[in-house]
Design a protein around this ligand. Structure first.
Ligand SMILES: [Zn+2]
Length: 325
């Protein structure tokens, strides 16, 4: 690690901090949008069960889901006139972005790639069968524009902070894409959840074999969302005050977090996912390597067995102590 990723021991604020955090609820991705040529099985609905503190109504969550692979190019071109190639593998489509804003997003994502690979020790080797060599980042000009247009254009629900659409990474012509928006609550140009969402792309390509439905065939959400938070906060060197506040409550045992699913609340999925990943990456990298070895080959049950039996409750006491350090 080039540097300590997160400063989580900060003043544990709650509600006021949450409003600036990523994350929130999961959404259903309809498979019937008329603009889609290829649709996939929608992920199951998981109505947010309500966090233990008030959630922002207009902010949260970057979500990940099964994806439509292609959309009607005519509608996209009319809605998103900005078409900018950061590189041969990264493209931005936007309603309105200046050249400087485009450049800053390109730079942020380019820098994050190396940070990610260093965390997960991927050797820059994509999982077998993953053809998602390129990513398209869609940026709507505000949360209201996202809600107004992204649903019809990409067939996604928009009561969230952005959506990563992996599609079927083994399908020819598949286009990985995340759909995001400018965070109009910030004075400086900011794409909501940019680095969280980008982590989902990298995680899907370099760690998680197959598509979204395969990825969550066992309880892997602690890893998927926890890693996205860990890499995002760490790369940006921002304090995760949400997780810091949760840590003081010592709500969950590490062994419990391994069972997190979409049915659980935002605190558990995001803040506690972050804490679980943070703890394991920094305190037990050999276990992370074992788990990722299974994830990368789609050996979901083997990973599950390792987590439940080899790790089990072994670290629970130390994790509980670590939460207060
Ligand atoms: Zn996410």
């Amino acid at each position: 690690m080039p540097h300590v990723p997160v400063h989580r021991r900060l003043i544990p604020l709650a509600v006021s901090v949450l409003a600036t955090c990523a994350v929130t609820a999961f959404v259903v991705v309809p498979a019937s949008a008329s603009t889609l040529q290829n649709t996939t099985v929608p992920r199951p609905a998981a109505a947010p069960q309500g966090p233990s503190v008030a959630a922002p109504t207009d902010a949260p969550a970057a979500v990940r889901s099964s994806a439509p692979a292609k959309v009607a190019s005519q509608a996209v071109n009319a809605t998103l006139p900005v078409d900018h190639a950061c590189s041969s593998t990264l493209r931005i489509r936007a309603q309105r972005m200046s050249s400087q804003q485009l450049s800053s997003v390109c730079t942020s994502l380019a820098g994050q790639t190396a940070f990610f690979h260093n965390v997960v020790k991927s050797n820059n080797q994509p999982v077998s069968g993953d053809n998602n060599t390129s990513l398209e980042v869609v940026v709507f000009d505000s949360s209201s524009e996202y809600r107004r247009l992204a649903g019809s254009l990409y067939g996604i629900s928009t009561n969230n902070g952005g959506t990563y659409l992996e599609g079927n990474p083994s399908a020819p012509g598949n286009q990985a894409r995340f759909v995001a928006y400018r965070d109009e609550t910030r004075s400086a140009f900011t794409v909501k959840n940019l680095n969280h969402e980008y982590t989902h792309y990298l995680d899907g390509r370099f760690n998680m074999y197959g598509d979204w439905n395969a990825n969550i065939s066992t309880p892997t959400l602690w890893w998927i969302e926890g890693l996205a938070e860990y890499v995002s906060y760490g790369y940006l060197r921002q304090p995760n005050t949400w997780a810091a506040g949760e840590a003081l409550r010592q709500t969950y045992a590490l062994s419990t977090l391994f069972d997190t699913t979409q049915q659980h609340d935002q605190d558990r999925v995001y803040a506690w996912g972050y804490l679980a990943v943070y703890y394991l990456v920094e305190n037990s990298p050999a276990d992370v390597a074992k788990i990722l070895g299974h994830y990368r080959t789609g050996s979901w049950q083997a990973a599950r067995t390792y987590i439940k039996q080899n790790i089990g409750t072994r670290y629970d006491a130390d994790f509980r102590r670590w939460l207060l350090t």
